[in-house]
Design a protein around this ligand. Structure first.
Ligand code: FES
Ligand SMILES: [Fe+2]
Length: 362
């Protein structure tokens, strides 16, 4: 089976900004085609349940949440934050039923640096909510994988600016589009991004890194308006890891600007792209209304290409990946394939990426 157009399971996906989920509230969101109810208890703890009542399939998001338990809107069954059924109101006093056998699937979730991440286990465990094993196995597997963190910022730090955009395509096209260096001079033409419109040869060193690869830290030779803003001689390092997380780290003597782009499939043809900025620049908060439109313009340029690409993809053409400019895309597919294989064979993941110099013109 080709690994293209397949979703990776058993891995952490970016779900939502922590602030979107207030204490005592729930929020419904589809991820990897699965309807999920995110909630935050009055104690501040985040949880995620399958948004389908195991009794008669009403979305739990149609019900009520008292800050501790979810009550289904149809027959009033109660579920706790772990998905355990705690109350079936229609039962009479003498009708005994072991409520332990009734549960709704729950997902491992974590809150890191202001963001909520969700571990998406294999789909098959969803079926049959009654007698469904609890999620302790998923929890153990989830704990074995780290969640991408922005180094140098506290675990409880939050991002200073966020832009969320929906791309009408499969996650693979969004990932490949964002890591593709050859499109930059053609798609992102703007005075504030590229001062020099001419193509030049780029030579970049890459190393394997956890579940992905990293473009080794190097001096930025091409000056841009943005880089000039943060001080002289910036250095940049860009890492990518499965399932679709890109972290760009720009440092000068005084400051660090990190942007993390996370790519999460909503369905086969809807993908959410979130860009989060973490920085030591004191003025970023104040300048947010000016800076975010630039980010939006930049992402919209990528999104426009994806929209146009969908027109061509309707005819199901075969696609090409050529030479060094498309090597990162090739690595992405190799990483995906190895991740799935390692899981199926129940062995540790072996990074297929080897240290390498890539050259292209952009
Ligand atoms: S459908 Fe949810 S309690 Fe009956
Ligand atoms: Fe782009």
């Amino acid at each position: 089976m080709s690994i293209e157009n397949v979703f990776l399971n058993n891995i952490w996906y970016y779900a939502l900004v922590g602030e979107q989920l207030k204490c005592g509230k729930v929020l419904a969101k589809t991820i990897l085609n699965e309807p999920i109810l995110f909630g935050r208890t009055l104690d501040g703890e985040v949880f995620a349940l399958r948004d389908i009542c195991p009794h008669r399939a009403i979305p739990l998001s149609c019900g009520r949440f008292d800050g501790h338990e979810v009550e289904c809107s149809y027959h009033g069954w109660h579920f706790d934050k772990g998905g355990q059924c705690t109350k079936i109101p229609s039962l009479t006093d003498d009708q005994t039923l072991n409520l332990d056998l009734f549960r709704v699937k729950s997902y491992p979730v974590r809150e890191v640096q202001g963001n909520i991440w969700i571990y998406m286990p294999v789909n098959s465990s969803i079926n049959g909510s009654v007698n469904n094993p609890n999620n302790s196995e998923d929890e153990i597997r989830a704990s074995e994988l780290d969640i991408p963190e922005i180094i140098g910022f506290d675990k409880f730090a939050t991002s200073q600016a966020i832009e969320i955009m929906n791309f009408p395509c499969h996650i693979d096209h969004a990932v490949v589009g964002l890591m593709d260096p050859a499109h930059v001079p053609f798609v992102h033409r703007a005075w504030w991004w590229r001062a020099d419109p001419n193509l030049s040869e780029e030579i970049k060193a890459f190393d394997p890194s956890p579940y992905g690869f990293t473009m080794r830290r190097h001096q930025l030779l091409r000056s841009t308006f943005f880089y000039d803003l943060i001080g002289g001689n910036p250095e940049v390092e860009i890492s990518f890891r499965l399932p679709g997380v890109r972290i760009e780290r720009i440092t000068t003597k005084q400051h660090t600007v990190c942007n993390m782009t996370t790519i999460t499939p909503i369905s086969e043809n809807q993908t959410e792209v979130t860009t989060l900025f973490y920085t030591t620049l004191p003025w970023v908060k104040a300048l947010k209304p000016i800076l975010l439109p630039f980010v939006r313009t930049f992402l919209n340029q990528d999104r426009d290409m994806v929209v146009k690409q969908q027109i061509g993809l309707k005819s199901d053409p075969s696609l090409m990946l050529i030479k060094d400019a498309d090597t990162q895309a090739r690595w992405y597919y190799q990483l995906k394939a190895e991740f799935t294989r390692a899981h199926n064979e129940n062995r540790p993941f072996e990074n297929p990426v080897k240290e390498r110099i890539l050259r292209w013109r952009s």
